[in-house]
Ligand binder design. Structure first.
Ligand code: ZN
Length: 374
């Protein structure tokens, strides 16, 4: 059972907006992580009171809470997990404490969570696009792509940062309307890593990095779609010193296929046959993602028939099987006829054998579509 927001803030149900704000300020200062380093119960209270204020400090949300209780906000915070993240809480401070806090001005240095000590800088991410054809998507593939990365120049040496003495943090005492506050923030001289460059070779930038072309091998799983993004960890730009490299973000582009159309994991192919082929039966070569295959068309096939080639579609990205290839049979009606042909069809016009006589197996188009999705 979730705790009552009014109880968390220690106010009565008919407290005014000003009283609620005041109560929250008090708690936020009392349980602020800067004042309680490493104290997880204080952190807990800090988060709880922020969540309570997020609701009670807003007239509309408060009214909802009064009517429906916690149910009104189930899953509402940060997409389900309940609780707010630190960025949410600190962005709320602008409202509570005015300009002096919030926005990272007063309370900063939580980049890596609480009590984090030294942070390791992370290199920036790189972004590339990879264009794939349907054949590559269907079964997955490996792509070797040339990427220009910033890497640590060999010969770069580091020394301890004299601003923070290697701790990566600087402590500041600020005078605020609420009294003196001690805050820790990442050292700006070394970016929080605790180390600065001592020597670097020619051609390296201020962070001791040089740009280098590297061939990165990217494993593309089967079933990716246009617009998806893959991450190759550690193949972005290097970070200086003991930092960790950024990631390579790969945006997938799907090339259009000349004859196959994709629909999820299934593929569609439009096959056109002549009247004669429909009447007499035939065999036809069609495209698949693994090359051409020959399929048999029975005599008397109806236009609109869908032939399903099981497992000839795209492998599911979740690893659950493969889609099918659906071949749509279209009987091509000639748009013009010469005299002889015209006579032939006129002769057949009243032939009993040419009269439509659909059987159960000649399902209507809509029934076929229904079948396909069931
Ligand atoms: Zn430093």
């Amino acid at each position: 059972m979730k705790e009552d927001y009014y109880e968390i803030l220690g106010v009565s149900k008919d407290a005014s907006a000003a009283e609620i704000k005041k109560a929250y300020r008090k708690l936020a200062l009392k349980y602020h992580p800067d004042k309680n380093p490493g104290d997880s119960s204080a952190e807990d209270m800090f988060k709880k009171s922020a969540e309570a204020y997020e609701v009670l400090g807003n007239q509309e949300k408060r009214a909802k809470y009064d009517r429906f209780g916690h149910q009104a906000f189930d899953g509402g915070f940060g997409g389900g997990g309940g609780g707010m993240n630190m960025d949410d809480i600190f962005s709320q401070f602008g409202d509570i404490f005015g300009g002096g806090f919030g926005g990272g001005g007063g309370f900063s240095g939580f980049g890596g969570g609480f009590g984090g000590g030294q942070r390791r800088a992370k290199g920036s991410n790189l972004r590339i696009r990879v264009s794939l054809n349907l054949e590559e998507i269907a079964n997955g593939c490996e792509k070797k792509i040339k990427v220009k990365r910033k890497v640590q120049a060999s010969g770069t040496t580091y020394k301890t940062c004299s601003t923070c003495n290697g701790s990566g943090q600087v402590t500041r005492v600020t005078n605020t309307i609420l009294g003196r506050m001690q805050t820790a923030s990442p050292c700006t001289t070394c970016g929080g890593s605790g180390q600065i460059i001592d020597k670097k070779p020619d051609g390296a930038d201020a962070q001791g990095l040089i740009t280098k072309e590297e061939t990165v091998s990217i494993k593309i799983p089967a079933g990716v779609e246009d617009g998806m993004q893959l991450k190759v960890s550690g193949k972005g730009n290097d970070a200086p010193g003991n930092g960790i490299p950024g990631d390579l973000l790969v945006a997938i582009e799907e090339k259009e296929h000349q004859s196959l159309q994709r629909e999820g994991d299934n593929l569609h192919y439009d096959l056109y046959i002549t009247y004669s082929e429909a009447a007499l039966g035939t065999s036809k070569e069609i495209d698949t993602v693994t090359g051409k295959v020959r399929i048999k068309i029975e005599e008397g096939v109806q236009s609109g028939k869908i032939l399903r080639l099981r497992g000839k579609g795209i492998s599911s990205i979740n690893g659950y099987g493969k889609g099918d290839l659906l071949v749509h049979v279209n009987v091509w009606t000639p748009k013009t006829l010469n005299k002889e042909q015209k006579e032939f069809f006129e002769r057949m016009a009243n032939d009993e054998n040419f009269q439509p006589n659909p059987e159960k197996s000649d399902k209507s188009f809509f029934e076929k579509v229904k079948d396909m999705f069931s």
